[in-house]
Design a protein around this ligand. Structure first.
Ligand code: ATP
Length: 333
């Protein structure tokens, strides 16, 4: 274990009946970093986080947190703040009182809860006296975040912290997380929001069907991926035309355009091919994003047909379409 590793996961495996949810998974989280666990639905993210918190027992492998092995009720978990399970707040009780009750009922540890600071970090100080039943979904999500922050944990483990937040709250959450990391808190989060992960995380751990696909900094993970987003006057004809261009891995619809995963072909080859078919190209955008990298790493969706190199061509919509709106809301897998 490296001296700076706050979390060290090694050879982790969890099976539910015939389903292997997590398989031979190893990764580490260094002190003061924000690490994003990325994967499609059912990839094994929540199961991994639940094992890390001692909530379920792995079939094989080890997890060491802050130098101590994780078992159910491990003492070191008192130094970890989390939300993975729904927090279950009492609706008619205020946000602040909910946190007080949680802490008094055992919270995670003895010592001061730092409730005011947690509420402020979660941006809830002005509404902390209101009953939780009057909170929006985003406010409840931030109250769960505040609860995870009680007692100033050294490690935060958060399952989809941006889930259900609007774009403004997502930016708020991003700044809160990076601010905590700057002050030395280590954060492991899972997310579907690739754009968010790209903005927030120092390192990503990509899992697919329970197995590690790749880990490293966002730059390391994205460097091999290359795609182009294209808009043209006749997008259906463009889609068809590109099926016959060598060096393209796949083409998928991303309304109003298409996304082309590049193999050996360059963007200029694509433009030339389209122009040769009499198609006017209106937009060409390079994408070397985490999104492109992710799509190349994980298993393709089921509605794909083969391209010239035997590789798939997606006939359905590309739900990973670039965030052209620029609203920072990111890509929902
Ligand atoms: P999502 O983003 O949809 O939450 P995930 O990456 O968090 O997905 P997990 O919830 O860890 O994925 O699930 C991984 C696999 O294990 C899935 O196939 C899921 O159906 C299965 N699974 C998870 N928990 C259980 C359980 N308690 N019993 C049976 N199967 C389970």
């Amino acid at each position: 274990m490296s001296a700076d590793a706050v979390v060290e996961v090694s050879g982790l495996r969890k099976r539910f009946g015939a389903v292997v949810a997590v398989d031979s998974l190893s990764f580490s989280v260094e002190r003061g970093t924000v690490v994003g666990l990325l994967g499609a639905n059912g990839a094994g993210k929540t199961t991994t986080l639940r094992m890390l918190l001692g909530l379920i027992r792995p079939n094989a492998g080890t997890i060491v947190v802050l130098g101590e092995p994780i078992v159910f009720g491990a003492k070191v978990l008192a130094r970890v703040g989390s939300f993975v399970e729904g927090p279950g707040f009492i609706p008619h009780v205020s946000g602040r009182h909910n946190l007080e009750l949680y802490w008094r009922a055992g919270g995670r540890r003895a010592g001061p809860a730092h409730i005011d600071e947690a509420l402020a970090t979660a941006g809830l100080d002005s509404v902390a006296g209101r009953a939780v039943k009057t909170y929006s979904h985003g406010m409840k999500q931030r109250l769960a975040f505040a609860q995870a922050l009680l007692g100033k944990p050294e490690l935060l483990v958060l399952d989809e912290p941006a889930n259900g937040l609007d774009p403004k709250q997502i930016v708020f959450m991003r700044e809160a997380l990076t601010g905590l990391a700057r002050k030395g808190t280590t954060i492991l989060l899972s997310s579907h929001l690739l754009w968010e992960v790209e903005q927030t995380c120092d390192k990503v751990v990509v899992v697919d069907q329970g197995r590690l696909v790749k880990s490293g900094t966002v730059a390391e993970v994205t460097k091999s991926a290359s795609s182009a987003y294209i808009e043209a006057d006749d997008i259906d004809r463009a889609f068809e035309a590109l099926r016959h261009v060598m060096g393209i891995i796949s083409v998928s619809h991303a309304p109003p355009g298409i996304v082309v995963k590049l193999g050996t072909a360059r963007r200029c080859d694509i433009v030339q091919a389209l122009v040769a078919h009499g198609i006017s190209v209106e937009t060409v955008m390079a994408r070397h994003s985490l999104e492109s990298a992710f799509l190349e790493m994980v298993a393709p969706p089921e509605d794909e047909v083969a391209g010239p190199g035997g590789e798939p061509f997606t006939s359905g919509a590309d739900h990973s379409a670039a965030d052209h709106s620029g609203n920072g809301n990111g890509v929902l897998l």
